[in-house]
Design a binder for this molecule. Structure first.
Ligand code: PBG
Length: 325
């Protein structure tokens, strides 16, 4: 063998300590954002059937959940409201006494340092389940924008630290930035769902948030999974309009897009590890087909390697426990 010349890559893999020293990607509890579904009805803590281990909690159970999150060292949560009543124009989304507004006040009063992200969308609040105002069976972009602005402002008033618009209307970052600035919230960042695909991976979330569209689908506003260059256009306009963070959603089938945005922009990139991605792993690990901890940590590491700075994930509490072990 002495006349063969080749690289000895295995030299750096010989011991655990050495592997630790050359590891390029690290996962920290600071990277995690934990989603919480908040119910308006009292006395509820319901496990979501399609998402074992994930609960919808009512306002009176919210702090129990948040205290646990904080005690694990997680720095941030994202709130999704499940309102008692819905109407055509999603009024409860921008009501100062809406469920997310109330939840935000409860959380911030107990944990002022916890970074509360408010999901800014209408689909949980509209009777038809679409993310905007319907006109002739089509979501009207420009009529929806002012409602999103009102939602963002009322969330900021309630104490939300970050506004995360997720409904994929054109111009939502520009409209919300202007609205927040005029209302005196120029210091509140926008975490834009810049690239959000019309994905089958959202199924379990729609169970949890009661946000299934009552007719049609979301393909006239969410993106076609086949498109990469369009993702660059979407991200480009959100950056131009003032987005402070860029979300790629879902995460695992879109790691190429994440890398692309990381290379092209200087904003922090956020991976949304969505409900279907969670449920698939849960189901397989319940059956003993995969090792849950190993597979979750591998997937999280892949998202970071692909360029994600932050990860929104239903696994956040488990990951924090594993990291702290
Ligand atoms: C809606 C919204 C969706 C998710 C977050 N906000 C899904 C949708 O478009 O129906 C999905 C999150 C998940 O699947 O975990 N604006």
């Amino acid at each position: 063998m002495s006349n063969l010349s080749f690289a000895r890559h295995r030299r750096l893999r010989t011991t655990e300590h050495l592997r630790d020293m050359v590891r390029e990607t690290q996962l920290h509890t600071e990277d995690l954002i934990f989603p919480i579904f908040v119910l308006e009805e009292e006395g509820q803590k319901n496990e979501v059937p399609s998402m074992p281990g994930v609960y919808q909690v009512s306002l009176d159970y919210l702090l129990e959940e948040v205290n646990e999150v904080v005690s694990l060292g997680i720095r941030s949560i994202i709130l999704f409201g499940v309102p008692k009543t819905k109407d055509d124009v999603g009024s409860e989304a921008y009501h100062d006494e809406g469920v997310v507004q109330k939840a935000t006040r409860i959380v911030k009063e107990a944990h002022s340092e916890l970074v509360v992200v408010a999901d800014t969308c209408l689909c949980q609040y509209t009777s038809h389940g679409h993310c905007g105002v319907i006109e002739n069976n089509y979501v009207n972009n420009d009529q929806t924008l002012p409602l999103l602005v009102d939602t963002a402002i009322s969330q900021a008033k309630a104490g939300a630290d970050i506004i995360a618009p997720s409904n994929m209307m054109d111009g939502f970052v520009a409209a919300i930035r202007k609205g927040l600035d005029e209302a005196g919230f120029e210091h509140i960042p926008i975490m834009s769902y810049a690239v959000k695909y019309a994905s089958a991976f959202y199924g379990p979330f729609r169970d949890a948030a009661h946000s299934t569209p009552q007719f049609g689908d979301r393909k006239t506003y969410q993106m076609d999974p086949a498109n990469r260059i369009e993702a660059k256009r979407e991200a480009h306009s959100d950056v131009e309009e003032g987005a402070d963070f860029l979300i790629v959603k879902p995460a695992l089938s879109y790691l190429d897009i994440m890398r692309e945005l990381k290379n092209d922009y200087n904003q922090p990139i956020v991976a949304y590890n969505v409900s279907g991605e969670y449920s698939l792993i849960k189901a397989a690990s319940k059956n003993g087909w995969v090792d849950e901890k190993e597979i979750v940590l591998e997937k999280m590491t892949s998202m970071k390697r692909a360029g994600a700075d932050l990860i929104i994930t239903y696994f956040a509490k488990d990951i924090a426990k594993w990291i702290n072990e």
